[in-house]
Design a binder for this molecule. Structure first.
Ligand code: NAP
Length: 313
C-alpha cells in the first residue's frame, strides 16, 4: 500500500518545488508530523544546486559538488519519510479553506496550506557553448563559484547591480576581470559603479556582446562582438559569469499572490504571502540575498509560520 492510500483528502501542506527551500520545508514538515506532499517537476530534486559545479559556502560541506549536495538534501528528506511526487503543477487555486493544485497528469492535490518553493532561474545568454560549458567555466553565481577561479581571468556579462557586484567580488579573487556590457552605460547603482572603476584589475568592454564561448574541456576563451563597430575579436578567459538577470518561476501564481515589479513574491522572513495559507520560500521570495543557506532557512521559517498560524485558528 502506498503512502497516498493512507493520505487524508485534505493535506496540511503541499510543498511545490524541491530545491533547498522546499526540501528544508519538507524536513521540518516531517519532523512536525504534518500530512504533506512535495511536488517537483524535474527529474531530480535539489533545484539550482544541481547545476552548480562546486559549493563552498554551505556550512558543513566544504568544497562540495553541487549535484552531490542536492542529492544529500534529497536523501535527508527521504530518510525522514518525506513523500515526493515527480509532478508539474499547472494550476493552483485558492478555494478559501483549502488550496487545490492541479498537475499536468490530471491529478489534483488539496491542502490547507501551500509553500511556493519553485525558485528562480538565471537568464541565459543563449549563445554557442553556454550550455556545453555550464559548470565547466560558465557560471551564474559569482559568490558560489568565484573561488574556483582564484588568480585566473574571467569575464562578467551584464551591466546591472548583479554584474557590478559580481565583478567587484571577483576582482578580489581573480587576476583579471573583464566586464562585457552591451551598452555604453551601466544600469547598476552609481556607488557600485564608482567602486568598480576603482578596481585596477577590472576592465570594462563597452557596447559588446558575447557571441560564443569556447574551449576544449573547460572554457578557454570567448568571441566578443562590438555592436557599434560590428567587429568581433577573441578574448582569452578561464571563466564566464553570466549576470544578466534572474527570472523567478512564478508563472503559476501570477494572479494569486502579491509580487514585486520583477515577479518575486512579496513575503517577509516568516514567508507569509498576502494570501492566508500560501507561503513563499527561497529564491522565489523578494529578498536581499539568494543563497542555498538562505533558501534552506526560508523552508524552516515557512513551516514554523504555518504551524503557528494553524495553532492560532
Ligand atoms: P538587471 O538589473 O535586469 O540587469 C541586467 C543587465 O544585463 C543589464 O545591464 C542588461 O543590459 C543586461 N542584459 C540583459 N539581457 C542581456 C543579454 N541578453 N545580453 C547581454 N546583456 C544583457 O539584473 P540584475 O543586475 O540581476 O538585477 C536585478 C534586480 O536586483 C535589480 O533591481 C537590481 O537593482 C537588484 N539587485 C540589487 C542589488 C543590490 O542592491 N545590492 C544586487 C543585485 C541585484 P541593459 O542595461 O542594456 O538592459
Amino acid at each position: 500500500m502506498g503512502w497516498r492510500d493512507n493520505m487524508k483528502e485534505i493535506l496540511d501542506v503541499i510543498i511545490i518545488g524541491a530545491g533547498p527551500a522546499g526540501l528544508s520545508a519538507a524536513v521540518y514538515a516531517a519532523r512536525g508530523g504534518l500530512d504533506f506532499v512535495v511536488l517537483e517537476q524535474t527529474y531530480a530534486s535539489g533545484g539550482q544546486v544541481l547545476n552548480t559545479s562546486e559549493v563552498d559556502n554551505y556550512l558543513g560541506f566544504h568544497n562540495m559538488n553541487g549535484f552531490e549536495l542536492g542529492m544529500k538534501f534529497h536523501e535527508h528528506a527521504q530518510a525522514l519519510g518525506c513523500p515526493f511526487e515527480n509532478k508539474k503543477v499547472i494550476l493552483l487555486k485558492d478555494m478559501g479553506d483549502f488550496k487545490e493544485a492541479e498537475c499536468e497528469d490530471g491529478s489534483v492535490y488539496k491542502a490547507r496550506n501551500v509553500i511556493l518553493a519553485m525558485g528562480a532561474s538565471p537568464v541565459r545568454l543563449n549563445v554557442e557553448g553556454e550550455e556545453a560549458f555550464r559548470g565547466k567555466g560558465v557560471s551564474y553565481c559569482a559568490t558560489c563559484d568565484g573561488n574556483f577561479f582564484r588568480q585566473k581571468t574571467v569575464a562578467v556579462v551584464g551591466g546591472g547591480d548583479t554584474a557590478l557586484e559580481d565583478a567587484i567580488y571577483l576582482s578580489r579573487i581573480c587576476q583579471k576581470v573583464y566586464v562585457i556590457h552591451r551598452r555604453d552605460a551601466f544600469r547598476g547603482a552609481k556607488s557600485l559603479e564608482d567602486k568598480l572603476f576603482s578596481c585596477e584589475n577590472i576592465e570594462v568592454i563597452w557596447d559588446s556582446v558575447v557571441e560564443e564561448i569556447h574551449g576544449e574541456n573547460t572554457v578557454e576563451g570567448i568571441t566578443v562582438r562590438n555592436v557599434k563597430m560590428d567587429m568581433a575579436g577573441e578574448l582569452k578567459v578561464d571563466g564566464v559569469f553570466v549576470a544578466i538577470g534572474t527570472k523567478p518561476l512564478t508563472e503559476l501564481v501570477k494572479n494569486l499572490v502579491e509580487m514585486d515589479e520583477y515577479g518575486y513574491i512579496i513575503a517577509g522572513e516568516n514567508c507569509m504571502t498576502n494570501v492566508s495559507g500560501i507561503f513563499a520560500a527561497g529564491d522565489i521570495r523578494k529578498k536581499e540575498f539568494r543563497q542555498i543557506i538562505t533558501a534552506a532557512a526560508d523552508g524552516a521559517n515557512a513551516i514554523n509560520s504555518l504551524i503557528s498560524s494553524e495553532n492560532d485558528k
